[in-house]
Design a protein around this ligand. Structure first.
Ligand SMILES: Nc1ncnc2c1ncn2[C@@H]1O[C@H](COP(=O)(O)OP(=O)(O)O)[C@@H](O)[C@H]1O
Ligand SMILES: [Mg+2]
Length: 383
């Protein structure tokens, strides 16, 4: 009797110790029965997903896969075939408001649960939130791509420059030879103006691919954005039918960032002008700044000034969203866009140690989020 009692207590202790272990992990521990109904949802899972365990236990796991039941079936099939699943990446649905697109990229390792008699009783999945990791990975791929394209472009621009000058020179010479009223003069004018267009593009490309060392100094982002707004003011339509309202919300005590004024100005001009182009029938351009301190790190080096620029324009089609930072990707007419604006902006922000992200919904609008690090040294408040 006595021994049994001690064992019971021991078991209980053991149980709560396991519980403590499971709930101390920042990873998500999610167990299901053989029908895929959730039987355990750890503290880490609550943190990642934003749901409370009591609301999730008893519901099917397939509800939380972006791909739904198909994904659950696929995972079960692999589990049966291989006995386990390691580092499987899948998109999962989190609580409304937790993230804007309501999904996180989970890296899952799943195993089958057996009771002491060897009978299958369910599954245990351990999930890590890979969303941030994926974002950084994508950014890295993007920069590698840009570096290669940049080198290629610089070489090409150089090669093309000389023949272009010869064409332009020859056409101008012919132009001088012709009488004013010669009808051929019009044709020559076309050759000259089109060649000049190419020269302009090539020059822009060279400027982009040549490495310009940025000149860093403490920069007041709020003031810089106000200046950019003044610069772009004439581009913003104010007529009733296609009026664009500009709404700003600046955090007043935003610390200085270390940046190159000229380059950052260029970035925000690019983003603002794109937003204006995206709202041909008017809309709202909202710009806000705020200080962001990641919760997982106390270091002041990890603080960011976050600048959000959103428009209520046409949006970017999901199939294009990965491409908008690519060199020469444009959906605009030939003389309206070169497709280099965001490429250059991406590169500038990267040189500043920052990041630039985009979220968009077709027909609803687009939001660009620029994050610039605040360096401890320049950590003085803006007056
Ligand atoms: N705010 C926005 N709303 C909708 N589409 C956008 C927005 N900003 C950029 N884009 C898309 O990204 C493309 C690339 O932009 P960018 O690099 O600035 O080149 P460009 O403006 O010369 O086309 C644009 O052609 C457009 O399709
Ligand atoms: Mg542009």
């Amino acid at each position: 009797m006595k021994i049994k009692e001690v064992r019971a207590i021991d078991n209980k202790r053991h149980e709560s110790y396991l519980e403590i272990l499971v709930n101390s992990s920042i990873d998500a521990f999610i167990a299901t029965d053989m029908k895929g109904i959730i039987t355990l949802f750890s503290k880490g899972a609550e943190d990642i997903f934003g749901y409370k365990a009591e609301n999730v236990v008893g519901t099917p796991i397939s509800d939380y896969y972006l791909k739904g039941k198909n994904e659950a079936k696929k995972i079960m099939k692999r589990l049966y075939e291989k006995g386990g699943l390691k580092n499987y990446e899948t998109e999962m649905i989190v609580e409304n408001g937790k993230r804007k697109d309501r999904t996180v990229t989970m890296n899952l390792s799943v195993s089958l649960l057996k009771d002491s008699s060897g009978e299958l009783i369910g599954t245990l999945g351990i999930g890590k939130d890979f969303t941030e990791f994926k974002r950084i990975e994508r950014q890295l791929q993007q920069s590698e791509k840009l570096a290669t394209v940049g080198e290629l472009a610089a070489g090409l621009a150089h090669e093309v420059g000389t023949p272009l000058n010869v064409i332009l020179g020859t056409a101008e010479y012919l132009m001088m030879e012709l009488e004013e009223d010669n009808p051929k003069a019009e044709d020559l004018k076309i050759i000259i103006s089109q060649t000049e267009n190419i020269t302009k593009l090539v020059r822009q490309l060279l400027r982009f691919s040549r490495y310009n060392q940025p000149e860093f100094k403490p920069t007041d982002i709020n003031a810089l954005i106000n200046d950019v707004l003044k610069l772009t003011d004439h581009q913003i339509p104010k007529k009733k039918i296609k009026e664009i309202k500009v709404v700003t919300d600046f955090q007043q005590d935003l610390p200085m960032v270390t940046g190159d004024d000229n380059q950052l100005t260029q970035v925000f001009i690019n983003i603002f002008v794109n937003a204006v182009h995206a709202m041909p029938c008017g809309g709202t351009l909202s710009i806000s700044t705020r200080l962001v301190k990641p919760s997982f790190s106390a270091s002041s080096h990890d603080r960011f000034a976050e600048i959000s620029i959103s428009d209520t324009g046409i949006g970017v089609h999901p199939q294009n969203i990965q491409r908008i930072f690519d060199p020469f990707f444009t959906t605009k007419e030939v003389d309206k866009g070169t497709g280099l604006g965001l490429t250059v902006s991406h590169r500038i922000i990267e040189d500043h140690g920052g990041t630039i992200d985009v979220e968009s919904n077709v027909d609803e609008g687009t939001r660009f989020i620029v994050r610039l690090p605040i360096h401890a040294r320049e950590d003085t408040n803006v007056k």
